[in-house]
Design a protein around this ligand. Structure first.
Ligand SMILES: Nc1ncnc2c1ncn2[C@@H]1O[C@H](COP(=O)(O)OP(=O)(O)OP(=O)(O)O)[C@@H](O)[C@H]1O
Ligand SMILES: [Mg+2]
Length: 238
């Protein structure tokens, strides 16, 4: 479904992503792990054509280099960015409605009802303005908005960042449901969450893929993983 080959991202003299190769198969959920500054966000932004890159990114047989950035979402490649970007002056429901503009006639597995089923916490907040939402509620809205856009592959940048463990857990449970209906590429620093949601993981460090393994094997490779991520980040004991 997604095939990345020799992807390179540079910002001036910073070589953020150094020729990485990565695949996401149809219906697969893949985690992208790695320490701060590893190039995770740059990789996701390059896939969505939000930053200039070289190398090849093929989605569903289409070379994305030939697709203008504003058309990428219409192919079903939907990006939930770092920081969520919920519109503060729109209600929860109006924020969700915005997602449907990327749908462009494609049938969505997720309508508004499915999003509210997935995130029951949003039901009583339907009419609340974005700026009055907690971080967790904003993350739910951001994911919900992406789901109604009829994703074939959902790119999510650090869904659990800054969330209380119980809220991160609710988001992870929702993503486990989502996984059965759409492919996922999820950036996570919480290895415990990544293992729960994804079948496979790739670890980025210094702009290169340093480890790729089935998610179930990450626990066995805890020491190696910790050496890349730092002990405090592995969260495997959770
Ligand atoms: N717009 C930018 N301009 C210049 N340098 C950038 C820009 N965005 C990222 N970088 C640099 O590129 C490198 C990779 O950053 P990136 O945000 O992709 O990493 P990350 O793995 O997502 O990190 P984090 O865990 O902190 O989100 C870092 O050295 C960062 O400082
Ligand atoms: Mg990042």
């Amino acid at each position: 479904m997604l095939s990345i080959d020799g992807l390179d991202v540079r910002y001036g003299t910073t070589h953020a992503v150094r020729g990485i190769c990565l695949e996401v198969a149809d219906g697969e959920a893949v985690a992208l792990l790695g320490p701060n500054g590893a190039g995770k966000t740059s990789t996701l932004r390059a896939i969505s054509r939000l930053v200039p890159s070289t190398g090849s990114v093929v989605f569903d047989g289409q070379d994305l280099a030939k697709v203008p950035a504003e058309n990428v979402a219409r192919l079903g490649l939907i990006h939930v960015p770092e920081g969520r970007h919920v519109f503060g002056d729109l209600t929860v429901h109006e924020n969700l409605q915005i997602g449907t503009t990327a749908r462009r006639g494609r049938r969505s597995e997720f309508g508004f009802d499915e999003v509210y089923d997935l995130f029951p916490a949003l039901v009583p907040l339907r009419g609340r303005l974005g700026f009055a939402l907690s971080g967790g509620e904003q993350q739910m809205v951001a994911i919900g908005r992406a789901l109604v856009a009829a994703p074939r592959l959902l790119l999510i940048d650090e869904p659990s960042l800054g969330l209380a463990p119980i809220v991160a857990d609710a988001v992870a449970s929702a993503l486990v449901e989502v996984r059965s209906r759409t492919a996922l590429l999820v950036i996570e620093q919480n290895v415990h969450l990544a293992v729960r949601v994804c079948q496979r993981a790739a670890v980025l460090s210094g702009g290169v893929v340093v480890l790729e393994a089935p998610a179930a094997q990450l626990h066995d490779r805890g020491e190696l993983l910790a050496s890349y991520l730092g002990q405090s980040r592995t969260g495997t004991g959770a």
